[in-house]
Unconditional design. Structure first.
Length: 64
């Protein structure tokens, strides 16, 4: 028998500035993937990561 869903899930982080700014240099959006513990971190994850399109460190938020 297979067990249910695991505790750790893979989430996608997306740059908030690339998504909201239509007048940016390139047409892409910076995305990272990471894992989080579903039981310990129930809220959406927010991390400062390097955005290759903005060319600086920006806030990346979890998307579905």
């Amino acid at each position: 028998m297979a067990k249910g869903k695991g505790v750790r899930i893979i989430v996608t982080l997306e740059c908030t500035e690339c998504r909201t700014n239509p007048d940016k240099r390139s047409a892409g959006v910076s995305r990272y993937t990471t894992m989080k513990n579903r039981r310990n971190t129930t809220a959406r994850l927010e991390l400062k990561k390097f955005c290759t399109h903005c060319n600086r460190h920006t806030v990346h938020k979890e998307i579905k």
